[in-house]
Write a protein that binds this ligand. Structure first.
Ligand code: CP3
Length: 364
């Protein structure tokens, strides 16, 4: 990968791109489109780069590599959003918590499950610990300048990050964090609060580097009972969102949770700008539920993102087109077209392109 140019003296335009205009409720001719986890595994150019840069930490922390990987899907499909190639775990070393990504097992972390470990967490100084994020986001703004593209930042929410810290990695049943929740809730609350303070700070750091939207991922909060969700997930999502709004009131926010069908009203009431739905909810029904929840809370209508099943990208092209258009019609205005979760690693690139093309060619 070639070194990044200096971009010195080069201007970036500060007009809102399509994706931001759609979220702000301005008149747009079609919905914007991007795909969660669009950068990475399913793209051949990426798999070739992996041979040269074998670890995820290198690929995401060497700015020129992270920029190249972020640009691949945007160049190939002309998505309206270009998301930084990074991970929700990326800021953790800045809190004194190291992590590694094993190619086969996924994330591996030293368990944080004692008061000593939680008290040793410290507030992030993003300038000192993740300058590569700043460099990469600034470069992405330059690389996409003049193309009506939004550069997207993202963070993990405290609950989802805590699942990795308490379990020591990825999990199916989340038993360790559920044990902590029920045996030593104060320990978990302290960890969640520490995470929220740093993650809010880190989100604002991404915005100052050029991110035009922040998506907050609480991917695994859908495994909680609504009772526990209200205690261990929602308040900390709110802390992150409030911190973003306090410093950057005009930057749109999006929330995503997998298996969130039972949580849509709660997500809408966080005050987030866009609720991203997985594919297990009918778009029309979901949209109506979001509208009702916001109205009953005296809040303005929110946007909606999603919600094509990533599995549909294995269908033939006419089915991909039909099902994509069905969602666009059900969502109406204020919609960002996306998948219901990350694109699968084995998705054929021409099918991802068909999905994006369908949206790009659609007119309201
Ligand atoms: O999938 C989601 O729910 C999104 C939120 C999320 C991300 N990372 C964002 C992300 C979650 C839950 C993670 C944790 C994580 N980190 C996983 C998930 C599964 C698990 O085992 O618990 C994995 C595999 C990692 C490590 C990782 N992150 C790799 C190896 C890669 C690169 C290639 C790949 O596998 O996609 C990533 C990239 C990544 N993680 C992005 C995002 C938004 C990249 C930006 C993009 O392409 O959208």
């Amino acid at each position: 990968v070639a070194p990044l140019p200096s971009y010195e003296g080069q201007k970036i335009d500060n007009q809102d791109p399509l994706l931001i205009r759609a979220i702000k409720g301005l008149e747009v001719e079609r919905p914007p489109v991007w795909m969660m986890r669009q950068a990475g595994r399913h793209i051949k150019e990426y798999r070739d780069l992996v041979k040269k840069y074998p670890t995820f930490r290198e690929r995401s922390e060497i700015p020129e590599v992270a920029v190249e990987v972020s640009l691949q899907p945007w160049r190939n499909y002309q998505t309206d959003g270009c998301i930084l190639f990074s991970d929700i775990l990326t800021p953790l070393p800045g809190l004194g918590l190291d992590f590694d990504i094993s190619e086969n097992v996924g994330p591996v972390l030293k368990k944080v499950d004692t008061w000593d470990a939680v008290n040793a967490m410290h507030l992030i100084d993003p300038f000192a610990t993740c300058p590569f994020v700043d460099t990469a986001l600034r470069a992405l703004r330059h690389e996409t300048a003049g193309t009506d593209t939004a550069v997207l930042g993202f963070v993990g929410c405290p609950y989802t990050l805590a699942t990795y810290l308490v379990e020591g990695g990825t999990s199916k049943e989340y038993l360790e964090i559920k044990k902590m929740m029920n045996k030593d809730p104060e320990l978990l609350h302290t960890m969640l609060k520490n995470l929220a303070l740093s993650i809010g700070e880190y989100a604002n750091y991404q915005i100052s580097a050029g991110a035009q939207l922040i998506q907050i991922f609480d991917s695994w909060a859908g495994h909680l009972s609504p009772f526990d969700y209200d205690i261990f997930a929602a308040p900390y999502q709110k802390m992150v969102l409030d911190k973003i709004k306090e410093v950057n009131p005009d930057v749109p926010t999006v929330i995503y949770i997998k298996h969130s069908g039972a949580l849509l009203e709660r997500m809408a009431k966080t005050g987030v700008d866009v609720v991203s739905m997985d594919w297990t909810v009918d778009m029309e029904e979901g949209r109506a539920r979001l509208d009702a929840a916001r109205a009953s809370a005296g809040m303005s209508r929110c946007g909606v993102q999603g919600n094509l099943d990533p599995g549909l990208l294995y269908a033939d092209h006419s089915t991909i087109e039909e099902r994509t258009i069905d969602i666009i019609k059900k969502a109406g205005r204020g919609h960002v077209m996306n998948l219901g979760h990350g694109i699968e690693a084995t998705t054929p690139e021409e099918n991802a392109k068909k999905f994006v093309d369908t949206v790009r060619n659609y007119r309201y």
